[in-house]
Design a protein around this ligand. Structure first.
Ligand code: GLU
Length: 504
């Protein structure tokens, strides 16, 4: 490639559908990284020509999510310091519904050059044609009835349709023969036979362009140098190439990025909860982890390094390192990576991040000492995969859960034994002063007590841990006892041991 770094312009062109799909985040991220790496510009254009899919507030939401993740746009829409959606850039408007005259003018230009034509067919007729083709096992395509109408026929049809209060659509006259080649930076040259391409609609009867017409016109006038988008758009690309040729415009470079699939290779689930970036953030995936993980969906630095900050990504991103094979969305890997980012936070930072999740689970965090919350954080830090787990995992620190007496019984003992051990422990701990209720002291004293009595560890530690937490799994009993004492005083520890005894 020649050195055109100063002119690199890429665009992110979402349709405003209300939430940010994980695949859209991946596209935007790759475009952002490519633009930043090459001193280029990233344009945000909103493709709102499908009026049935519009969602109120979608642009606002999109910008907030992107900003949170560190992706910013140089042209088009952005959030100002008051988080209001604003537009900037010399090539405005960047909202397709405000560019209708441009599309209409160019559709007419194609008609005058013989590359497009009016189609007057009714929905009913198109449906019949489609049914016949399906019955004959042919791919459904427009049968080109209106492609070769004479000037007189066109005038006649136009008068008729207007009388019915309808408008014609404009269709692209696809060359009947020959081939169209896509030169893709990732997939190489891909050749399509023109005869399999449909005379698709360019301008709808309501005067709105279809995606194909609008995307080509906008990418041209917005001086886009590289089109980076998901592989699922590949079947549209030959139509775009033919449009560029019909307009006699230079075709931007193209890079299609591989599909994202589930581990079983099926298409990434469409259910919103599984693919919406907002939901991943709400579940407590850290933004850095999400960006790092998403960067690896189809891109690979080809080194051992797996942990990348946004700055690392910018400096190492390279279109040449994008894979052709579908990218597997592996939630286990995301959880693992999130765990690493969680552990890289200081105890203080992590506590700040966890407080909203405790609150969501019903804990009035204001009522507790900061040191207590931080001590709980320390206990969970090693194990936590996402922030949203914190409520369930640590609920016993805020209120002893209901539990069944059988939980107190160690697998090699019985209820009588459990009751005895809890009773002896209660006596032992009651004799300790408050300042002995720290982990190291408790561990030493209780282990001595076990050794002096020749008890099995489990026969004492299991009922103790179960009585303190009411949970099947938790951190070790010494840690829990120390943190409970820090939060409420040693009485809380004694009280929970007694509650256990009373159950048996
Ligand atoms: N509006 C399309 C989308 O929603 C853009 C596809 C493209 O990048 O050309 O993803």
């Amino acid at each position: 490639m020649t050195d055109t770094t100063s002119q690199i312009r890429v665009r992110f062109a979402p349709s405003p559908t209300g939430y940010v799909h994980i695949g859209s985040l991946r596209t935007a991220l790759f475009e952002f990284l490519f633009a930043r790496k090459n001193n280029g510009k990233l344009v945000l254009r909103i493709e709102d020509t499908d009026r049935t899919r519009l969602v109120e507030g979608a642009v606002d939401n999109l910008l907030k999510v992107m900003k949170q993740l560190g992706i910013e746009f140089d042209e088009g829409f952005y959030l100002d310091e008051n988080n209001q959606v604003k537009e900037r850039g010399e090539l405005a408007p960047y909202l397709q519904s405000q560019r209708l005259p441009l599309y209409q003018k160019h559709a007419l230009e194609l008609i005058s050059k013989g590359h497009a034509y009016y189609c007057f067919c009714s929905e009913e007729r198109l449906e019949e044609v489609r049914k016949e083709q399906v019955a004959l096992k042919k791919p459904p395509m427009y049968d080109r009835k209106c492609r070769n109408l004479t000037k007189e026929q066109i005038e006649e049809e136009m008068a008729k349709i207007r009388e019915q209060g309808r408008n014609p659509v404009v269709r692209f006259a696809i060359p009947l023969e020959g081939q169209t080649v896509i030169h893709d930076l990732i997939y190489g040259d891909i050749t399509y036979e023109n005869k399999i391409l449909d005379d698709h609609v360019l301008l709808k009867s309501d005067g709105f362009p279809t995606y194909h017409l609008a995307v080509v016109i906008d990418d041209h006038f917005m001086q886009i140098s590289h089109i980076i988008r998901g592989e699922e758009w590949m079947p549209s690309t030959p139509k775009h190439v033919l449009l560029y040729q019909a307009f006699n415009w230079q075709i931007p470079l193209m890079a299609h990025i591989p599909l994202i699939v589930n581990p079983d290779k099926t298409k990434l689930s469409k259910r919103q909860g599984d693919v919406a970036v907002e939901d991943f953030l709400n579940k407590g995936y850290l933004k850095e982890a999400l960006v790092n993980f998403v960067a690896f969906l189809g891109w690979n630095p080809k080194t051992e390094q797996e942990i990348f900050s946004m700055q690392d990504l910018i400096s190492q991103f390279d279109l040449a390192k994008i894979n052709k094979a579908a990218a597997i969305f592996d939630t286990n890997k995301l959880d693992w990576m999130n765990g690493l980012y969680i552990r890289s936070r200081t105890d203080r930072e992590l506590t700040d991040l966890l407080i909203p999740y405790w609150q969501k689970s019903g804990v009035d965090t204001q009522k507790f000492k900061r040191g207590f919350l931080e001590a709980i954080t320390v206990l969970e830090k090693e194990r936590l995969k996402k922030l949203s787990e914190i409520g369930e995992r640590t609920k016993y620190f805020f209120a002893l859960p209901e539990y069944d007496a059988s939980l107190l019984v160690w697998k090699k003992a019985d209820a009588t034994d459990a009751k005895n051990k809890l009773s002896m422990l209660t006596d032992l701990l009651s004799g300790f002063s408050e300042n002995k209720f720290i982990k190291a002291e408790l561990e030493k004293e209780i282990k001595d007590f076990i050794a002096n009595n020749n008890f099995d560890n489990g026969s004492v530690l299991w009922p103790m841990r179960a009585a303190l937490t009411g949970m099947q799994a938790s951190p070790p009993p010494f840690d829990v006892a120390a943190v409970l004492a820090l939060g409420y005083g040693k009485d809380e520890v004694i009280k929970r041991l007694q509650t256990g005894m009373d159950k048996l």
